[in-house]
Design a protein around this ligand. Structure first.
Ligand code: FES
Ligand code: FES
Length: 155
């Protein structure tokens, strides 16, 4: 029989009480149980950053975390950034600067950028490079991504 455990958490501002299969990854739980499909399945071994979400404000590879670890935490996925149908400033800047091609890496990139801008409202190029070091873009849109993040900074 599949063993499950209760998990109480907040997702994109809403409180949730669910059961998670023991051994299931947070990525699978988010996509299959919460039906939030913005976090993408890429390498599933912690190397590409396509699955990044914010857990208690920190970017994490959800493919490397168990769903049961969500208990008591605050989860933000890419679906939680827009408010009342309005995209947030990083999302808008990505569109304005054409900072994607296929878009597969984009949710993870944007959430890594959000976490950086929370910590450092005016990041340097080096800060941006470091913050995105766990995010791969197979389309090579790095220059535009950096420009979009710069444009979203506070100055
Ligand atoms: S799918 Fe999680 S890091 Fe690649
Ligand atoms: S836009 Fe295609 S992987 Fe980054």
């Amino acid at each position: 029989m599949t063993e499950k455990m209760p998990v109480n958490f907040t997702v994109n501002g809403d409180k949730e009480e669910r059961e998670a299969v023991v051994g299931q990854t947070l990525l699978k739980f988010i996509r299959d149980e919460l039906h939030l499909t913005g976090a993408k399945e890429g390498c599933e071994i912690g190397e590409c950053g396509a699955c990044i979400v914010l857990l208690d404000g920190k970017p994490v590879n959800s493919c490397l975390i168990l769903a049961v670890e969500l208990d008591g935490k605050d989860l933000v996925t890419i679906e939680g950034l827009s408010k009342n149908g309005e995209l947030d400033r990083v999302q808008k800047a990505f569109i304005k600067h054409a900072a994607f091609q296929c878009g597969y890496c984009t949710p993870g990139m944007i959430l890594s950028a959000r976490a950086l801008l929370e910590r450092k409202p005016n990041p340097t190029d080096e800060d941006i490079n470091q913050a995105l070091s766990g995010n791969l873009c197979r389309c090579g849109a790095y220059q535009e991504i950096r420009e979009a993040i710069k444009a979203s900074s506070e100055k």
